[in-house]
Design a protein around this ligand. Structure first.
Ligand code: FAD
Length: 470
């Protein structure tokens, strides 16, 4: 589908300069894509989708002029950070212009425990700068080295740190976001505290996020620990208890079912054959006590490394969250994944899924702080009852029909699934405030040009007819 006219092309060339307007070649192809291919369903649906142009504005004024020009020409505008999203979030469905925001990457201030940054700043850069002055990010995805904070807020949900601080939408984590509208004269709209929720995790459909204020946590010096045993239930009991220990300062609690640990080739010399493993990131001052506690429960501590400061590899986080899926797909491309939240009866849910789909599901579990009213300023009081067992189980893909059968079984068993096999916002997670998100979109994107087609319940999509016909 062609939406960009020669007139718009030459206008954008003048505005950005040839160096920052990508009009073809491998770069246009790769900057049109993300990690959608984790899903065999999205791979089939999105493989042939690409932008007509990729623009890389270097400041807000250029971005504003670029958006105004696209608005006047009526072409799709698809924001992009580092392109590490999983659901084709920044893959344009109808061509148009991908707006790469990674050059808007300044750290504006790090005062009083708040990071004020441009949206294209990398999380790894913010984390290192914050740690240098005694702070750290409250939560970050396992792609933190590369991904941008704007991409995390618009496409991600949580990850490392969420065991203590919850996800991006947990109360208090986000102080404000500033959105640029897609109008003839684009405006800036600043949303504070709870108001910002209507712009979070909206895949770039509710404006271009240009500035963010995120509250930080006091820095902790961490040890990276791995525990191992062949007894799944013993490990599960211990890990769940560890996750709920409010007095242990943790940043990561992850458990893998064998053979998942065998996929982590760089850790081969530490991990034991046929044993399940738990990965913890924990306050160094408490590590001796935790190792003693684990050994008393019959677990072996097979790995212990301090996390260096400033952060430098090795990072055990490189094997957790959605990185696990990447290691699995590298070992066997037939793997795909689910994103799930289990109930208090998680042990029964695991057993029933294994019974119904023998050999098809491998459990990769991540513990997070649920919706807890746990934060007061920078103080945390983890409520053990609010800790949630979730995770990103691996699925040995057989067919789309079989995948749908697994999704239906999860639904029947009360396992929540944020479906990673759809590019529709509404199907990819919980959106209790979708009406607010839709209303905000109509305010900032009256012509329906922002990442069109991703917000399924937004009525106005000027490109839908063409796609239905293809
Ligand atoms: P992109 O992929 O570039 O964009 C994501 C979405 O946000 C797109 O819809 C895009 O249009 C929109 N967007 C980007 N920037 C802006 C902006 N400034 N304004 C408006 N819209 C914008 N996610 C997690 O939450 N937790 C994890 O632990 C995690 N682990 C991952 C591990 C792997 C190996 C992979 C491949 C993905 C993982 N993800 C995870 C998903 C993804 O990496 C993160 O959400 C990441 O923070 C996205 O940032 P990005 O800069 O790459 O965003």
């Amino acid at each position: 589908m062609t939406t960009v006219t020669d007139e718009l092309r030459s206008k954008l060339r003048d505005l950005l300069g040839a160096e920052y307007l990508i009009e073809g070649g491998d770069s246009l192809e790769s900057l049109s894509k993300d990690f959608y291919w984790y899903s065999p369903v999205l791979k089939r649906q999105l493989d042939d989708k690409r932008a007509e142009l990729v623009a890389r504005p270097g400041n807000l004024e250029t971005l504003r002029a670029l958006v105004a020009a696209c608005h006047d020409a009526g072409v799709p505008v698809v924001p992009r950070g580092a392109g590490t999203g999983n659901y084709g979030q920044c893959v344009p469905l109808y061509g148009g212009v991908v707006v790469d925001l990674s050059r808007l990457d300044r750290i504006l201030s790090l005062d009083d425990g708040v990071a004020r940054v441009e949206a294209g700043a990398r999380l790894g850069t913010i984390e290192a700068a914050a740690r240098a002055i005694g702070w750290e990010l409250r939560c970050l995805p396992s792609t933190w080295v590369k991904s941008t904070i704007g991409g995390f807020f618009c496409g991600g949900s949580g990850g490392i740190g969420s065991i203590t601080w919850g996800g991006i939408n947990a109360p208090g984590n986000v102080k404000s976001v500033t959105m640029l509208t897609c109008e003839a004269s684009p405006r800036l709209i600043r949303l504070e505290e709870g108001e910002s929720l209507k712009a979070l995790h909206t895949y770039g459909t509710t404006g271009l996020m240009v500035e963010i204020e995120m509250r930080l946590a006091p820095k902790v010096d961490y040890d990276q620990l791995i525990f191992s045993t062949a007894d799944w239930d013993r490990l599960l009991d211990w890990t769940d208890a560890a996750a709920r220990r409010g007095d242990w300062r943790k940043r990561l609690v992850t458990q893998f079912q064998w053979p998942i640990p065998s996929f982590f080739k760089p850790l081969k010399k530490y991990l034991r054959d046929r044993e399940h493993a738990t990965f913890l990131l924990l306050d160094r001052a408490q590590a001796d006590e935790v190792v003693r506690f684990a050994e008393a429960a019959g677990l072996a501590c097979v790995y212990r490394q301090p996390l260096s400061d400033p952060p430098k590899p090795p990072f055990i986080t490189d094997y957790t969250w959605n990185h696990t899926t990447l290691w699995a797909m590298t070992a066997d491309p037939a793997f795909t994944y689910l994103q799930s939240g289990f109930g208090r009866n998680f042990r029964e849910q695991f057993a029933e899924l294994h019974r119904r789909f023998p050999g098809e599901i491998l459990f990769h579990l991540e513990w997070t702080a649920g919706n807890a009213k746990m934060m007061r300023g920078n103080a945390v009081a983890l409520n053990p009852d609010a800790v949630v067992v979730g995770g990103i189980p691996l699925v040995h893909f057989k067919s789309e029909a079989r995948l749908n059968e697994i999704l239906r079984a999860c639904d029947e068993l009360g396992v929540f699934i944020a479906n990673p096999h759809t590019f529709y916002l509404e199907e990819g997670g919980r959106h209790p405030n979708i009406a607010d998100k839709r209303a905000f979109k109509s305010e900032v994107d009256p012509r329906g040009l922002l990442n069109p087609g991703k917000m399924k319940t937004y009525e106005h999509n000027p490109f839908a007819a063409e796609v239905a016909a293809t």
